[in-house]
Write a protein that binds this ligand. Structure first.
Ligand SMILES: [Zn+2]
Length: 396
């Protein structure tokens, strides 16, 4: 059914319907419809037009229909609120690192066989983030608007973007519009600004798309250049990447638990290049409960305690940006400093890797309300550099 928006003329010809196959006219409700030769759909607001175009079979545009239309093109899902740590059995180490990631805005990559809770843990990290401030909501609305999307004014939860592995570089990073007068179109990284970008099946994205994540991982900004000039888009999203241990998804890569050959596993894992893994602060392995060193420790938190700790630490980190937190935050004990230095030689960490271990350990100390970074904070941050281990890149 062809549809036309018609509102500026007082009269029109019935030939319109014959020539252009127009069946319905959309017009402002104040429009004089007495001479209309066609069915006329009145509207008071553009949101009603959007709802009508989204659900053309509905005869009446109700407030509920408008809300449904906007929900379907919004990327913020309030239903994510209902997922908590109660939805994951065990995995205390992963839950602890989820709290640290949310509090310190540390990017995460996790590996584990299907069914080990990678997806649920990612939603938990999103659920731990505090509601957006008015300023953050305004930023999200501006970015969505530039992409031709809408956010409901009532939504105050951080964005949650989970693009499919077929998403190309433009979809993830952004692009320039071909339309005259239209500028840059934000990609998923920018649409997830102030929220979470969840890239499931991380190794299944094309290599070029993965490598394009280097810049936003490093600077939380995206620069788009073209002959006529360049522009910068905000991309301060928390990246959570998830992948299987091997191509078939059933094995753990450490022994003969599946039929994947060593070279197949190696090729699969090398899709995650060193520079990408290096830029991600927390590397997690799920599905290895035997290695869950703090399963029975004292650090298990209830969901409410975790949310409160994240809000408290996040506020402190926001007030001590960049290097200020290393000046004003918990300092390393002598033992912790020694262990941090030994991480460099034992794990062969880069400068960036060392920074991540120190940074994550500081967030852990802040979560524990500790005035100093203890040796166990460095230990747990160092243990979360899975992808830096030689055994990970060269399995079996
Ligand atoms: Zn396998």
């Amino acid at each position: 059914m062809a549809t036309s928006i018609f509102g500026n003329c007082e009269t029109f010809s019935s030939e319109l319907s014959d020539v252009q196959n127009i069946k319905t006219l959309l017009a402002p409700s104040k429009f004089n419809s007495t001479n209309s030769p066609l069915p006329l759909q009145p509207f008071n607001h553009l949101s009603e037009v959007i709802a009508y175009l989204k659900f053309p079979d509905k005869t009446k545009i109700t407030p509920r229909l408008i809300e449904s239309a906007f929900n379907s093109i919004s990327n913020v899902s309030p239903s994510l609120k209902t997922i908590t740590f109660d939805n994951i059995d065990g995995e205390q180490t992963a839950k602890r690192m989820a709290v640290i990631a949310a509090a310190g805005s540390h990017d995460v990559i996790m590996q584990g066989p299907p069914g080990t809770g990678k997806n649920v843990l990612a939603k938990c990290i999103h659920g731990l983030l505090p509601d957006l401030s008015e300023e953050e909501i305004s930023q999200c609305k501006s970015i969505h608007s530039a992409a031709g999307l809408f956010l409901k004014s009532s939504i105050n939860r951080p964005p949650w973007l989970s693009p499919h592995t077929s998403t190309n570089m433009n979809g993830l990073i952004g692009s320039w519009s071909n339309l005259k007068g239209r500028g840059a179109i934000p990609g998923a990284w920018s649409l997830a600004h102030n929220g979470v970008l969840f890239l499931d099946e991380f190794a299944e994205f094309s290599r070029g798309t993965l490598e394009a994540c280097r810049a936003p991982l490093e600077s939380k900004m995206i620069s788009l250049a073209r002959a006529a000039g360049s522009t910068t888009l905000p991309a301060s999203a928390l990246l959570i990447a998830a992948m299987n241990p091997c191509p078939c998804g059933r094995g753990n890569g450490d022994n003969a638990s599946c039929d994947c050959q060593s070279n197949e596993i190696r090729r699969y894992r090398r899709k995650i290049s060193g520079p990408i893994a290096d830029r991600i602060a927390i590397h997690l392995e799920l599905g290895h409960e035997m290695n869950d060193s703090i399963e029975n420790g004292t650090k298990n938190m209830s969901w409410t305690e975790a949310k409160n700790a994240v809000a408290r630490v996040k506020k402190w980190v926001d007030n001590n940006p960049g290097e200020e937190k290393f000046v004003n935050g918990p300092t390393l004990t002598e033992e912790a400093s020694e262990l941090l230095n030994s991480c460099r030689s034992v794990l062969k960490l880069s400068h960036r890797g060392m920074y991540h271990v120190h940074d994550v350990a500081m967030t852990a100390a802040l979560i524990d309300d500790s005035p100093v970074i203890e040796v166990e904070h460095i230990a747990e941050a160092g243990a979360s550099r899975l992808f830096d281990r030689q055994s990970w890149m060269n399995p079996r």
